[in-house]
Design a binder for this molecule. Structure first.
Ligand code: HEM
Length: 259
């Protein structure tokens, strides 16, 4: 972190009042907890299994569907693993539904809080996520980038530069003291949602181990009803448009710089 700080130009110099610094500070402990969930530990040890990875992709799809409009990369991965009728097969645990419900709720009531969620997922994807992508490729011996589109950011040539730009855009968002505190609290909550998703997925894998693993490795349909926790993905186009607009405000300008 120190090294990264030294590379900032005078214009990008961070202060203790910067949202990007504060958000990192308040979520530091949560980050350690997220890294140490069973699912993330399996990943880091190169022990991630196909059933674990497939279920994780299902949840990420649900989360990103609520977070943004552009879903093409996860859809591509899901189609690779589950086949063309993946929409009927994907499995979403209760914790993931709670997470996406929260995203939709704040999209309506406190859209500025979406900043905390965009931060937690995108900066994570561009940090540890890049390492996880390489581990996933090796652990499951995936070839030609198949099933790994989620981790790829073809428009981002330098994740570090992109993260710096992202932070400076975050810092330029005008927030009242109350809104700023709300965003910081929401960031801790965002990590909590992610931790709960990992725990739920791990539970699902343990509970339905034999049943689920055999049906998944054979790419046969998994009956949502047999898992008691799943629901088919549902989309409200109006809501997605509103969320998309907000996220666009917070992130697209950064993306344009990186292109
Ligand atoms: C195997 C699990 C994980 C590993 C090994 C990992 C590793 C890392 C590393 C090395 C960084 C860069 C730290 C720095 O720049 O000082 C980072 C940043 C970050 N990670 Fe993770 N991470 C993991 C899981 C997660 C999860 C589950 C989330 C949230 C869903 C997450 C969200 C973030 C965020 C938001 C940042 C940016 C911090 C900032 O610069 O403000 N990470 N991660």
């Amino acid at each position: 972190m120190e090294t990264e700080k030294k590379t900032h130009t005078a214009a990008e110099q961070m202060t203790d009042r910067d949202l990007s610094e504060q958000i990192k500070k308040v979520t530091k402990e949560s980050h350690v907890r997220a890294e140490n969930t069973e699912l993330m530990l399996s990943f880091q040890r190169g022990k991630v299994t196909l059933p674990q990875y497939k279920l994780l992709l299902c949840s990420l799809y649900e989360i990103y569907q609520a977070l943004e409009e552009e879903l093409k990369s996860i859809e591509k991965d899901l189609e690779y693993f589950y086949g063309q009728d993946w929409r009927e097969k994907i499995v979403i645990p209760a914790a993931t539904k709670r997470y996406s419900h929260r995203l939709r709720q704040i999209g309506k009531e406190n859209p500025e809080f979406l900043l905390a969620h965009a931060y937690t997922r995108y900066l994570g994807d561009l940090s540890g996520g890049q390492v996880l992508g390489r581990i996933a490729q090796k652990s499951m011996d995936l070839k030609n980038g198949d099933g790994l589109s989620f981790f790829a950011f073809p428009g981002v040539s330098s994740p570090n530069l992109f993260k710096q730009l992202y932070r400076s855009r975050m810092n330029s968002v005008e927030l009242t003291e109350e809104e700023r505190n709300g965003v910081l609290e929401e960031a801790v909550r965002a990590f909590e949602f992610n931790i709960q998703v990992f725990e739920d997925l791990q539970k699902m894998l343990t509970v339905s181990d034999n049943n689920l693993q055999s049906s998944m490795t054979q790419s046969k349909p998994v009956k949502a009803s047999t898992l008691h926790m799943s629901e088919n993905i549902y989309t409200s186009s109006l809501l997605r448009m509103v969320l998309g607009l907000f996220v666009a405000l917070a992130t697209v300008s950064v993306g344009m710089y990186a292109l």
